[in-house]
Ligand binder design. Structure first.
Ligand SMILES: *Cc1c(COP(=O)(O)O)cnc(C)c1O
Length: 462
């Protein structure tokens, strides 16, 4: 039987100390081996449901079995048949180049089964989360009367912010663009936001809003007796990295008592860098802002953050104190994260961010973000230098889009698919202005110029 020094079992299901250490070390070794081999592995791998189920499925095991064999199966079958979001040639959608210190933070907090729900139940993790949220607030240039919380990702961040704004009285028309992330529409739909209260204001030729177009829509809606309530701006669209005119939108919203929510899930963390701050001017004037540390702060999945101006708005929207939490309430601290989003039981997502910043220091993180911005510019120059390619949108916050001479929509998709199937690199296609384009997202600082050149050359060869 598993035992501590006093002869008591420590694992409720019965591993002993030697097994805990042996399998724990084996997990660390497997993970480090994976990191060492990553560059030479296929960027994405997929097998059929039959093949995978044959290995991973089957009847419920009744009896214990060899843990090492089970770990091996997971490492070689489950966790290899996926995209490698940290591979230097993963350019699709949004990569996630997680840092190792962040993984260590995640493991440590999971090993302690961290909880960040109430002050009584988690004053330590709560302090780490308020610290991390305040760091992020400062980096985003938001004022000190801002509160925030870590959530699963950008989708939850956006819904949390919009719910808080509506609860604070911003109920009426909400303005989106054709480039607004799809999670916002889904969020509005589940919130029961009426379709006729959603205004779509198209972007211009550069796939960003003109502030004049939004102002004109707001003025027309007011003239016809509607209540413009919330504007959703993008700080780096997923498609092109374009940033809406945040300063002008902040002026417009301030003048019309409109809530400005900025979706910076993709791009906001570029504000760690000088060119990012220029591109994102006005970011700090948002009434609420979503950002995604699992995209551009070198964190493994999942962690997003939502920041909201005005202390108490999240609590006003999300507080609940059922009878069985009254003693928790009585010991309430300044921050009760259980009352600031839809989650009650919450793990301490902050630990990995705190450790990352502590371990590497902000300067190194900033340099890594800057490298991601520059790599898209390098790719943009390679594309411009080759007459086969034509830029559709220039490098913006780590994203560049382009098309090939004489290629149809289907050709672009076929070339992206063939490249992924080759295992060498993965790029996305997306649709811009009614046509299919190729898209690179280059936020992994491990990417080399040879990786970019090799990817473009293979796409060109078809
Ligand atoms: C990724 C993304 C989201 C959604 O974030 P998740 O973390 O995937 O939930 C929302 N908005 C933008 C602009 C994004 O790039």
């Amino acid at each position: 039987m598993p035992e501590d020094a006093a002869g008591r079992s420590v694992d409720p299901l019965g591993l002993d100390e030697a097994q805990m250490r042996q399998f724990g070390h084996s997990v660390v070794d497997r993970v480090v081996d994976h990191w060492l081999a990553l560059r030479d592995e296929p960027v994405i791998a997929m097998r059929s449901v039959e093949e995978l189920t044959a290995v991973l499925g089957g009847p419920i095991p009744r009896q214990p079995s060899d843990i090492d064999a089970a770990l091996e199966l997971l490492a070689t079958t489950a966790l290899t048949n996926m995209q490698r979001p940290g591979h230097p040639r993963f350019f699709a959608r949004v990569p996630s180049p997680a840092s190792f210190a962040a993984v260590l933070g995640e493991w440590l907090s999971t090993g302690f089964n961290s909880i960040c729900t109430s002050w009584l139940g988690g004053s330590g993790p709560t302090t780490v989360e308020t610290t991390v949220v305040d760091w992020l607030r400062e980096l985003m240039g938001m004022p000190t009367d801002t509160e925030g919380i870590l959530v699963s990702g950008g989708s939850m961040g956006n819904v949390t912010a919009i719910a808080a704004a509506r609860h604070a009285g911003y109920d009426g028309l909400i303005y989106l663009s054709d480039q607004t992330h799809s999670s916002i529409r889904r969020g509005l739909s589940v919130m029961g936001w009426p379709d006729d209260q959603i205004r779509l204001v198209p972007t211009g030729a550069d796939f960003r809003w003109s502030a004049d177009a939004v102002a004109a829509a707001v003025a027309a809606d007011k003239a016809s007796g509607h209540r413009p309530a919330i504007v959703i701006a993008s700080a780096g669209t997923t498609n092109t990295g374009a940033v809406d005119p945040l300063e002008a939108l902040a002026d417009l919203c301030a003048a019309n008592e409109i809530w400005l929510h900025v979706d910076g899930a993709y791009g906001a963390l570029a504000a760690l860098t000088e060119p990012g701050r220029v591109a994102l001017a006005g970011l700090g004037r948002a009434d609420s802002l979503t950002l995604d540390p699992h995209k551009w702060l070198f964190q493994p999945y999942q962690v997003g953050c939502v920041l909201v101006r005005g202390h108490g708005l999240l609590e006003a929207c999300f507080t609940m104190t059922p009878e069985y939490l009254r003693d928790v309430e009585a010991h309430g601290g300044e921050t009760e994260f259980r009352n600031m989003s839809l989650e009650l039981t919450r793990r301490a997502r902050s630990i990995k961010i705190w450790l990352t910043v502590r371990a590497y220091g902000l300067d190194r993180i900033e340099a890594a973000v800057l490298r991601g911005i520059e790599l898209a510019e390098v790719a943009g120059r390679m594309i411009e230098a080759d007459s086969f390619w034509q830029l559709v949108t220039p490098a913006q916050l780590g994203v560049v889009t382009f098309v090939g001479a004489g290629l149809s929509d289907a050709d672009h998709t076929a070339r992206a698919n063939a490249l992924a199937a080759s295992g060498y690199a993965v790029v996305s296609t997306t649709e811009l202005g009614g046509r299919t384009v190729l898209r690179l997202c280059t936020i992994n600082p491990l990417t080399t110029e040879a990786d970019l050149a090799g990817t473009l050359q293979r796409l060109r060869a078809g």
